[in-house]
Structures are given as structure tokens and as C-alpha cells.
Design a protein around this ligand. Structure first.
Ligand code: TTP
Ligand code: MG
Length: 426
């Protein structure tokens, strides 16, 4: 519960006691949440040694209506933070270095960090450009989870940027813990300590509770996660909607969601073998639509989008053919997958030949970082078709959910924004 509880490093514990009281072996699940410190600003300081130790603000322009993307810890000391209007940041911190930064460079450093994580275990879920979860449950991973966290911090620091890590028995608690001792801090919540660790924190500390829910809870007198943990399911549902009961369980430290390895999935598909061969074009087309919609629903359930749509047909004589098309943008809607699959079917459909099996798949997944880039740069999507616009809106939703409403602008005001940080504050 305290930052880094390793007794061996505690100066108040006499050396004789250190040998007698090794920390108990970790029991059960161990989840690490790794989050880079002031990520974009740290990359800028890495690339511009003359900016190290100085307040650095990424995004926006002093004196314009832009918003701050992030600020170095030196700038945060002046009260500057993400999503703050640039003009206000300029007033708070007049001597800051301002830069628009380069998303390509942030991707590069992000990829190097993810590679370090994956060198320790395949059980890695990249949650955004600068954060990831690792499953380090003893038995699935060799090292003690606390040791693993320290090793990762050392290896990331060797790249020239730092991260903070939360280690706990679940994703929710690990994520909250990683924020407790920033920058360059390790916070360990040992098995059994979850509820006590969470109880004093304000409700807004729980991922998923935004300002609106927090205000609604506060009006009811539910201020801390300890208060929230005491709500019954009916009240939770009335205040927080259908996710209420699971939110309350997370406030108690109960969160069984697994660390998901996106990379494991190379394609998402549905196929079906028919009891009787399909012989007319309409029933084949209807089946393709049904399979496309099921595939798209599964994509959305897993929060994935892919650019390549494949249709597979096995004919009555058992010969099998596939056709594939790569779209300009990743898709996850039933309509988009159906429309691509329908066009592919035209290439495969042979009048008069029975169809035994049909399949519709989507592959070519992009990492969430690519979606974030798109969202932060609406000019990248020219918004000249509805589907492109929908893609951007979806990505904007994802970023807003994570960073709050002010983080991303959208529409005419933002379309002409500059660099990767086009969005302009009103
Ligand atoms: P965060 O991890 O939220 O922030 P951070 O890494 O800058 O700082 P901290 O030490 O508190 O973790 O976001 C990661 C990057 O995402 C951040 O460096 C820039 C970008 N970002 C935005 O572009 N807009 C935003 O509103 C936020 C919050 C982040
Ligand atoms: Mg960060």
C-alpha cells in the first residue's frame, strides 16, 4: 500500500531484521500498470537536452486558443496541466518552452517501451500510447512481481524517459496505484490491502467515474471510494446506470478483468457450414450480411478495428476461394463490414453453383495509438465521407473517455488546427 514496501530498502529496519523479514511471496494475480511520466514532454526533453530541467509545454501555442497536450513536471509546478487553454498556461508559466512535438517520434519511443515490456512476458496489453498492463502472476512469470517492476523501471529509464508503476491484484487497483507516486515511482498494493488502499480516495479516482458521475455521487454524500464500496446494487444502478454494480465492486478492489493481449488476435471472423447448400444469390447475400454483422459486433466488443475484410466461400464441390480487400480506414461497424463483404462476394459468387460454407473475417488491426493519432489530428481524416467521420468520432469518444471533454476538439474549429495537436479550445 505504501510506495515500494521492500523492507530491505527501508533505512529504519535494522540489518539483522532485514534477513528475518523478507516480504511474503506474492499470492494470486499480479497486475502491473506502467504509465510513462509526462510522456510527450519527456520525449521532447530527451531529444532536446537544452530543455531538460526546464518547463516544457507540448501542444497549443501561447497566445492562441490551443490546448495543452501535456507539460513537463517543471511546468506542472506552475499549475500547468493537460487540456488547459494555452493562453492560461502561458500566463501561469511565462518562461516555458513550447513545442508542437511529433507524433511519429512518440510512437517510436512508445514502441521501444512496449518492446521492453514484451521482452519479459507476452502477457502485455498496451492501453494507450504511454501505458500498458502486464500480467506478472507468479507461475506465469519467473521473477517476483516487485522485482519485475523494478527491472522494468530501470530498463525504461535507460531509454532516457521514466515511467511509474502500480502493482496490485487487478487492473483497476494497479492503474490507480501507478498514479500515486509520479514521476518515477513504484506503488505496491499487496494482496488483501486493496479495499483499505482505495477507501480514502475520492470517487473520481476510479477509472470510469467521470466528473458527471462524481458530482452525482457527491450530491448523495458518496465522496470516497470507501463510501462507494458500501452502496447496494440497486442504488448503484440508479446513480451510475447498468455499470453501477460492477463499479461498486471495483471500488471494493474486485476486478477480474484479464490483461488482454491484443496482438494475439490476428483476425476476427465468423463462418458457417450450411445443412443444405445455398443456391440463390439472395440467400447467400443475406448470410454474408448476418456473418458480417456478427463479426463487426465481436470487433466492437473487443474494442478493435481492422482494415482488411475477407470473404471465404466453399462451393458444393468442396473447392474453397477467398477474396480480400484492404480499406482506407479501419472499420468495426456492421454496415461497413457488410458493404466490403458484399463487394467481395460479387467476385466469388458463381451462378448455379451451390455454396456449402461462408465466412466473413476482419484483420489488419491497428493499435489504439493509431486511433488516438487520428483523433488528435482530425485533419488526417478529411471527413469527406460519413464513414471516415464516424471513425474519427469513435476515436474522439475513446480519447474523451480517457482524457475528458476538453482534450479533443472536433468540427470546423479543430479541422484546421496545427501539427498533431489541431484541436482548439473554444
Ligand atoms: P497521460 O499519461 O495522461 O499524461 P502524461 O504521460 O503526460 O503525464 P503523467 O506523468 O501524469 O502520466 O497521457 C499520455 C500522453 O497523452 C501525454 O504525454 C500527452 C497525451 N495527452 C494529450 O494529448 N491530451 C491530454 O489531455 C492528455 C491527458 C494526454
Ligand atoms: Mg503518462
Amino acid at each position: 500500500m505504501d510506495p515500494d514496501p521492500d523492507i530491505a530498502r527501508d533505512p529504519h529496519v535494522p540489518p539483522s531484521a532485514r534477513r528475518e523479514c523478507p516480504p511474503p511471496a506474492w499470492e494470486g494475480r499480479a497486475v502491473l500498470h506502467v504509465d510513462m511520466d509526462a510522456f510527450f514532454a519527456s520525449v521532447e526533453q530527451l531529444d532536446h537536452p537544452e530543455w531538460r530541467g526546464r518547463p516544457v509545454i507540448v501542444g497549443g501555442d501561447p497566445g492562441t486558443r490551443g490546448v495543452v497536450s501535456t507539460a513537463s513536471y517543471e511546468a506542472r509546478a506552475f499549475g500547468v496541466h493537460s487540456a488547459m487553454p494555452a493562453a492560461l498556461a502561458a500566463r501561469l508559466c511565462p518562461d516555458a518552452v513550447w513545442t508542437h512535438g511529433s507524433f511519429a517520434r512518440y510512437h517510436e519511443v512508445s514502441a521501444a517501451v512496449m518492446a521492453i515490456l514484451r521482452s519479459h512476458t507476452p502477457h502485455v496489453q498496451a492501453a494507450s500510447i504511454d501505458e500498458a498492463y502486464l500480467d506478472a502472476t507468479p507461475g506465469t512469470h519467473g521473477a517476483d512481481p516487485v522485482e519485475l517492476a523494478r527491472t522494468i523501471m530501470r530498463e525504461v529509464a535507460a531509454l532516457g524517459v521514466t515511467c511509474s508503476i502500480g502493482l496490485a491484484t487487478s487492473k483497476t487497483v494497479a492503474k490507480i496505484a501507478s498514479d500515486m507516486d509520479k514521476p518515477n515511482g513504484l506503488t505496491v498494493v499487496r494482496p488483501g490491502d486493496e479495499a483499505a488502499f482505495l477507501a480514502p480516495l475520492p470517487v473520481g479516482a476510479l477509472p470510469g467515474i467521470g466528473p458527471v458521475s462524481a458530482a452525482r455521487l457527491t450530491r448523495l454524500g458518496t465522496r470516497t471510494l470507501g463510501d462507494l464500496a458500501r452502496l447496494d446494487d440497486d442504488t448503484a444502478r440508479a446513480v451510475l446506470g447498468s455499470h453501477g454494480p460492477s463499479t461498486v465492486r471495483r471500488a471494493r478492489g474486485i476486478d477480474p478483468r484479464p490483461v488482454r493481449e491484443e496482438r494475439a488476435a490476428k483476425s476476427v471472423s465468423h463462418e458457417e457450414t450450411f445443412a443444405e447448400d445455398l443456391r440463390d444469390a439472395k440467400s447467400v447475400r443475406d448470410e454474408v450480411r448476418r456473418l458480417a454483422e456478427r463479426t463487426a459486433a465481436r470487433l466492437r466488443r473487443h474494442d478493435m478495428k481492422g482494415r482488411t475484410v475477407t470473404v471465404k466461400v466453399r462451393y458444393a464441390d468442396f473447392t474453397t476461394r477467398t477474396a480480400q480487400r484492404t480499406l482506407p480506414r479501419p472499420v468495426d461497424s456492421g454496415e461497413q463490414v457488410t458493404s466490403a463483404a458484399g463487394a467481395l462476394l460479387d467476385e466469388l459468387w458463381v451462378e448455379g453453383v451451390g455454396v456449402r460454407l461462408l465466412g466473413v473475417g476482419v484483420s489488419g488491426f491497428e493499435e489504439q495509438v493509431a486511433q488516438m493519432e487520428l483523433a488528435l489530428d482530425p485533419s488526417a481524416a478529411t471527413a469527406d465521407t460519413d464513414s471516415r467521420r464516424a471513425t474519427v468520432e469513435h476515436a474522439v469518444d475513446a480519447v474523451r473517455e480517457r482524457f475528458g471533454d476538453a482534450a479533443v476538439g472536433f468540427g470546423p474549429r479543430s479541422r484546421r488546427g496545427r501539427g498533431p495537436f489541431g484541436p482548439q479550445a473554444p
